[in-house]
Design a protein around this ligand. Sequence first.
Ligand SMILES: Cc1ncc(C[n+]2csc(CCOP(=O)(O)OP(=O)(O)O)c2C)c(N)n1
Length: 306
Amino acid sequence: MYALKDLPKEELFTSGHRLCAGCAHPISVRMVTKVLRGPTVIVSTTGCLEVSSSIYPHTAWKVPWVHIAFENGAAVASGIEAAFKAFKRKGIIDKNVDIIAICGDGGTYDIGIQAISGALERKHDFVYICHDNEAYMNTGIQRSGATPKGAATTTSPAGKKIPGKPEWKKDFIGICIAHGIEYAATATPAYWGDYLMKIRKAIEVDGPAVINVLTPCPLGWRYEPKDTIKISRLAVLTRYFPLYEYERGRYKLTIKVPKPLPVEEFLKIQGRFRHLFNPEFKKELDEVKYYVEENWNRILKLCGEA
Ligand SMILES: Cc1ncc(C[n+]2csc(CCOP(=O)(O)OP(=O)(O)O)c2C)c(N)n1
């Protein structure tokens, strides 16, 4: 467990970046950089975080950081890890260097998935953090494999043809765990102590570890920038986004929600779900509610709590 006073004051992700007011990406990155254990290289694929933090000739990064194309975040992280291993073997360096990939859900769930699968299967020692804002935000709010069913995006607009995105969200953490990795977890910046603990655990694992962190986006989710942490918390308190971890075969619910708030509390403050409250979309709203309950029960079972 972390206490605020124990965290380093030094900021390794500085002000002056061009991310939107209320964006959860910089909040998450500041949390990641508070629990590094030594020299670290961060890799980011194309996306909001990358385009807004590295506008030439400026950079917000005070850790070695590399931008890489959408599809190969995990491949480049693997290459860097392999290179440092070779340097160590040859006596060129004697220090351990941690590698962390921080990529959006588009670069993760969709275009980057085969590179991630390869890296996990080869057991490279790195941490993969997916900044899950549930769409391709940087290019104008297109749906991704992480977009939840019913959400309106520019490529899944709610109207006469479809009631928002017709498909369910992919189980990315489930896919990663199926590779036989040691550690995987979900997180949100609202539960910062839980998130910091998970990042540090993931870094300390000898081999690949994955964290999927929910990073609300005021622009794409259509809510007031001041509500980012409130929405991150509501996602958990309504059981929409269960916080759990997987460690060597064991699942654990890290934040318990014995008395959940109605899912509507999470949905109604976001414009992307506004249509679900029209009587014509009642069926879809009921489906979302049913899914949230089923998913929660599935996670509870995995965690041995049901
Ligand atoms: C192979 C490839 N396809 C498409 C693009 C265009 N593109 C750049 S960023 C982006 C969306 C990024 O979405 P995500 O990874 O979810 O990050 P976010 O911007 O939401 O933080 C897309 C589609 C690209 N750069 N490369």
